[in-house]
Design a protein around this ligand. Structure first.
Ligand code: B12
Length: 209
């Protein structure tokens, strides 16, 4: 059964969901557990959307409520502030895809864990990733995507980086809602991650820290 927060968020009860988070945090609740419940909620929202129970405005509204919840959780998730940066990571949501809540969480976790992050935003054309690799010399690129359609553009991005001669200089990770190892193999990326902490673990494994 879904937890209380998962229920409130998936039912799009904005006021009660935010209230619940604020009270839980004030009571010393584990912010990571609350984040886990939001994931559960979003998969319920996604299912209701797929079943035509929810429509685009509901998806947008769920995203808006989630953003407000994440804003409240972030200060409690912060581990290291102002630490010396371990290394550079380029992050972006690939072309054709505008989902950015997951990407922003990845950026947040990389940042608080000591990485210097270049955020290329959403719907990022392949050339922009290549240019960023050239300009920053970052050894890690993280591609985000939530649509099946994004897999093709992840592959195109990996190929463009290869074509530009940088493939042996960068490690590429992918992630987002539907991504698994089969998608990773299709895109030619080095690894995939299920959540923001996986992104941190992969980056640490590749560039230390
Ligand atoms: C909110 C939402 C939206 C919002 C997005 C708001 C925003 N600013 O991001 C809006 C309304 C804009 C939207 C639009 C659409 N959406 Co939408 N959306 C969702 C929903 C409900 C939640 C996504 C989300 O933000 N989750 C919250 C995050 C935090 O969850 P998370 O996955 O746990 O995040 C972690 C991982 O993904 C990981 N991660 C993310 N990136 C990376 C990168 C790396 C490198 C690593 C390691 C990890 C990593 O770390 C994150 C943090 O821990 C999903 C359903 C779902 N279950 O995902 C559908 C969903 C993704 N959307 C879907 C669809 C179809 C669409 C639309 C095409 C609808 C339409 N007909 O217009 C459009 C697409 C627009 C576009 N071109 O991109 C489908 C995709 C189906 C598919 N297989 O392609 C889904 C699955 C819903 C469904 N079941 O049908 N959507």
């Amino acid at each position: 059964m879904a937890g209380e927060l998962a229920k409130l968020l998936s039912d799009l009860d904005e006021r009660k969901a935010i209230d619940f988070v604020e009270k839980a945090l004030a009571g010393g609740a584990d912010p990571t557990a609350l984040l886990g419940e939001t994931k559960e909620a979003m998969s319920i929202v996604g299912k209701r959307f797929a079943d035509c129970e929810y429509f685009i405005p509901d998806l947008m509204y769920s995203g808006e409520i989630l953003r407000q919840i994440v804003q409240r959780l972030e200060p409690h998730l912060k581990k290291t502030l102002d630490s010396v940066k371990i290394g550079k990571v380029i992050v972006g949501t690939v072309a054709g895809d505008i989902h950015d809540i997951g990407k922003d969480l990845v950026i947040f976790m990389l940042d608080v864990n000591g990485f210097e992050v270049t955020d290329l935003g959403i719907d990022v054309p392949v050339e922009k990733f290549v240019d960023a690799v050239k300009e920053t010399g970052a050894p890690v690129v993280a591609l985000s995507g939530f649509l099946t359609l994004a897999f093709e553009n992840m592959k195109a991005t990996v190929e463009a980086i290869k074509l530009a001669g940088f493939r042996d200089k960068v490690k590429i990770m992918i992630g987002g809602g539907q991504i698994d190892d089969q998608v990773r193999a299709f895109t030619g990326a080095d690894a995939f991650g299920k959540d923001a902490m996986d992104a941190v673990k992969l980056a640490k494994g590749w560039i230390g820290g």
